[in-house]
Design a protein. Structure first.
Length: 604
């Protein structure tokens, strides 16, 4: 019953030609690789040939040819991009194939029903091997086959009179996921062809869901959009209802990772960081007077300020660029990070640059509090500290200072110098994992070097985006604090941090392995007054706390709000700092924090 009639045989031949041609291209890519430009050109040629034949056969204007060819090439690549977890492509082929089969039955197009059935059955046959990690995978040949078949069948269906909404609805989820990633990475200036883990289905696996569960979830959303598309063909007067419903389903899919906690589930944020005991203090260094300093990451905001401060003291400074390394954001064990770091060639390269140094300062990293988890974020903040620690040990440098962040301890009322951490975001977790890896790497060191972690607080300076943002808020009607407005705040100055780092570098008495940047004696009210020149509004503390609790609940569903809520909480309630570390390092002296907040001082 489902065999194509003789008048439709040409369509079937074209579909088979396109699928076979693009599959061969995928096979060559699997075996020996094909340059991106050549691969893209061949995909466009195959799409143009197949689409051109379909348009000529139907007597449709060839002006549609460029769009049809581009659609073909895009869908082939999108299918390839989405083939990232076990079973996802096989289940996609099954659902889309049966959706086309149903669409063919509704429209009376037997060739469409036949091809849809064949597509679905083909991927059913492959499914048992594709669902398990130890089984077979599709590779480029399989994903190209899926993308090419689906694109050509959809194009042929539209040319033959099927409503475009019905024909394209089964592709909605794959396109929504991929297009959203491409747009986001383009707007952020990130290379779109570089490997990443920001697809929705990848972020879902990072929340703790298994590959099979994620594949089934994606297929369920595809089934929903397919059914809604079918409705537009079955009941034409419901087209716009179908379109609206498909958009809602796609938005729900794009938000699903956020509903699950974005890329990091609550468990993965805290308990999935392996525990570690607090290291013993570094021994005293009698007569310690370092003269050769190395700053890794010397061109960054803090690194460049450190270089200026050290040079102003007449100290010799060597500027070293940080190597670019990447780490899987799902890593949770600090020792695993150390093992990875020890295997990298960057260690020996860096050790050669650190040779002869008295003090090494790691000022490198990605200071992106609102960033999503990515291999680059975790590479810079988690893996790089271990790389530098191992390199420092090999080079025999006397002291290594790693600049971390007080954000690793989250929203606890009082910051301290313990190893206890409560990260609440991808950024804070990457910094916490970096601390773990750094401290574990130092345990295996045998050169006698000192290793110190400094947790920087909320450092402000001229030209820094966070400082400009704080100043704008302070001068707006939103500037307010929770009563009584005298709570201590972790807002600090750049010169306060650089001075502290230099004093730690020259400190000769026993030195703790973890230090917290000293408090600069500001309150929440002081910060907003210094930045705006006027007293902030004082709100009832109970009302502010209730608003924060509501915001935190919203942040559980939409993690993009978590960082904003945390910043409001710090503005209203501040955060205390324990008196920890050697007494000789606690006093900050005079800093420029009030001038910086007011917009004065030297631009950095």
């Amino acid at each position: 019953m489902l065999a194509p009639d003789s008048g439709s045989s040409f369509l079937v031949v074209v579909v088979v030609f396109a699928a076979a041609a693009v599959s061969i291209l995928g096979l060559i890519e699997d075996i020996r690789g094909v340059p991106v430009s050549i691969r893209a050109a061949l995909q466009l040629v195959i799409g143009a040939l197949s689409s051109g034949l379909l348009l000529l056969n139907a007597g449709v204007n060839l002006a549609w040819l460029p769009l049809a060819a581009l659609f073909f090439a895009a869908n082939v690549n999108f299918a390839n991009f989405m083939d990232g977890v076990n079973g996802i492509s096989s289940l996609q082929g099954l659902v889309v194939g049966f959706a086309f089969c149903a669409l063919g039955l509704v429209t009376g197009l037997t060739w469409l029903a036949s091809l849809g059935l064949i597509l679905g059955m083909a991927f059913i046959a492959f499914l048992p091997w594709n669902l398990v990690s130890s089984g077979m995978f599709l590779g480029d040949v399989g994903s190209y086959l899926l993308g090419g078949l689906v694109a050509t069948i959809a194009t042929a269906a539209i040319i033959e009179g099927v409503h475009p909404i019905a024909a394209l609805a089964p592709l909605t989820i794959y396109w929504a996921d991929t297009v959203s990633v491409l747009v986001r990475r383009t707007l952020r200036g990130e290379p779109i062809f570089k490997a990443h883990r920001s697809h929705v289905f990848q972020r879902l696996t990072s929340t703790g869901l298994s590959h099979v569960t994620v594949a089934l979830l994606v297929s369920a959303f595809t089934l929903a959009t397919s059914a809604l598309g079918l409705l537009s063909e079955w009941r034409p007067f419901l087209v716009w209802t179908s379109v609206l419903a498909i958009i809602v389903v796609a938005l729900c899919y794009l938000s699903s990772a956020r509903w699950r906690g974005n890329r990091i589930s609550p468990d993965r944020v805290t308990s999935h960081l392996s525990p570690i005991s607090k290291p013993s203090p570094n021994p005293a260094r009698l007569g310690w007077s370092p003269t050769c300093w190395v700053v890794v990451g010397a061109t960054g905001f803090i690194g460049s300020a450190l270089v200026r401060d050290l040079e102003a003291q007449g100290l010799g400074v060597i500027k070293v660029s940080a190597p670019r390394v990447e780490l899987d954001p799902d890593t949770y064990d600090g020792q695993s990070v150390v093992d990875i770091a020890a295997s990298l060639s960057e260690v020996d390269m860096l050790a050669a640059q650190l040779a002869g140094a008295d003090v090494v300062i790691n000022a490198a990293g990605m200071a992106s509090p609102d960033a999503e988890a990515s291999a680059s974020l975790y590479g810079a903040n988690s893996l790089l500290p271990a790389v530098i620690a191992i390199a420092t040990d090999k080079a025999g440098a006397q002291r290594l200072i790693h600049l971390s962040s007080a954000a690793v301890q989250g929203d606890r009322p009082m910051l301290d110098d313990s190893v206890d951490v409560s990260p609440f975001s991808p950024y804070s977790r990457s910094k916490a994992l970096g601390e773990r890896a750094f401290l574990l790497a130092t345990q295996a060191a045998d050169s006698g070097s000192d290793f110190v972690v400094i947790r920087a607080t909320s450092v402000q300076g001229q030209g820094r985006r966070t400082t400009e943002s704080l100043r704008r808020i302070a001068r707006s009607p939103l500037a307010s604090v929770a009563a009584p407005g005298t709570q201590p705040t972790v807002v600090s100055s750049l010169d306060g941090l650089t001075t502290f780092v230099r004093r730690v570098g020259t400190y000769s008495d026993p030195l703790p392995a973890i230090l917290l940047q000293p408090w600069e004696h500001l309150t929440v009210g002081d910060v907003l007054k210094a930045a705006s020149g006027r007293e902030p509004i004082v709100l009832p503390a109970a009302m502010c706390r209730a608003a924060i609790l509501i915001g935190m609940a919203a942040g559980k569903l939409f993690p993009v709000l978590a960082g904003l809520v945390r910043r409001v909480e710090l503005m209203w309630f501040g955060q205390g700092q324990a008196d920890c570390g050697p007494e000789g390092l606690r006093e900050t002296g005079l800093t420029s924090i009030r001038d910086v907040l007011a917009g004065g001082g030297v631009r950095l």
